[in-house]
Design a protein around this ligand. Structure first.
Ligand code: SF4
Length: 293
């Protein structure tokens, strides 16, 4: 079976920077409490690696609630960013704050802050329960509306005045286009700011293009990772190929590969390269499975 290594794939600059910041912090404060506020990136392997370095994962329904569980020492803010209230409370508690927010997420916060300052109502396309929307909405909760679907757009009753729409960085262009079309129908004057990050766009585009020459695609990553889930979605819906999500090589199922000659492999922006390499090696070692009959 031929394995097509889809590129680009894997770690994005935001994840590389966040991991570097947390590793440096853990090494600089040996024996002192270091807490990671939520998963640094949505990948269990990365979380386990830091647990081994003595970093405590503090997770709760929201970043503010998680912060209540940190009493002293250093707190690391993840690549997804946080609301101003979280940052202020962390400083008020006297914690040493290490901010690993991705520069692309910072740019979205700045955009939303600027729009709100100018009197806009902002529609934000994102996933409920994901930390990135939580942080952005915290910039101006009364002026920002979170929408996930076309149905949510139909329920919107924005305040009179200028209106803008922006997006979570890890969605897909195909996720957002129907929602933006509906917003334009209802509010023709709306200003559109696409904030899907370049790393996400490039990985999705490569997956769709390179899946075309494959019989199926294996996506390596955690089910908690938004950008990983989007990779599965774009391969299935846009490249029209089967796509399977695996966390490790052990999740590969021989029955998926019946009659498969070319398999594409890609991985989410938070998936360690080592895990993807193991999946590729396992696939390369697999014997072709004949089609029954
Ligand atoms: S996926 Fe994009 S926004 Fe998220 S950490 Fe990576 S570069 Fe930053």
């Amino acid at each position: 079976m031929e394995v097509v290594k889809i590129r680009p794939r894997g770690y994005c600059h935001g994840v590389v920077e966040a991991i570097r910041a947390l590793r440096q912090t853990a090494e600089a404060h040996p024996g002192e409490p270091v807490a990671m506020l939520g998963h640094l990136v949505h990948n269990e392997h990365v979380t386990r690696e830091f647990a081994d370095l003595g970093v405590r994962l503090v997770d709760a329904r929201s970043r503010l609630e998680a912060l209540d569980l940190v009493e002293s020492g250093t707190v690391v803010l993840t690549a997804h960013g946080v609301s101003p209230a979280v940052r202020e409370r962390a400083l008020a508690k006297g914690l040493n704050v290490v901010d690993a927010t991705c520069t692309d997420v910072i740019r979205t916060h700045e955009l939303v802050r600027d729009l709100c300052r100018k009197g806009y109502t902002v529609v934000y396309i994102g996933r409920r329960g994901h930390p990135e929307p939580e942080g952005v909405l915290g910039e101006a909760p009364d002026q920002i509306h979170l929408v996930e679907s076309v149905e949510d757009v139909d329920q919107l009753e924005p305040a009179p005045g200028p209106l803008a729409v922006t997006t979570q960085t890890t969605l897909s262009m195909w996720d957002t286009s129907a929602i933006i079309d509906r917003l334009r129908q209802r509010f023709p004057e709306i200003e559109v700011h696409n904030e899907i990050c370049l790393a996400t766009q490039e990985r999705q585009q490569a997956a769709v293009e390179q899946a075309a020459s494959c019989d199926l695609v294996v996506v390596v990553g955690s089910a908690r990772s938004s950008n990983t889930q989007r990779l599965v979605q774009v391969v299935r819906e846009l490249a029209n190929r089967p796509a399977y999500l695996v966390d490790t090589a052990d999740d590969l199922r021989p029955e998926w590969f019946q009659g498969v000659r070319r398999v594409g492999v890609t991985s989410g922006a938070s998936t360690p390269s080592q895990i993807t390499r193991e999946v590729i090696t396992r696939l390369e070692q697999m014997q072709p499975v004949a089609v029954a009959g």
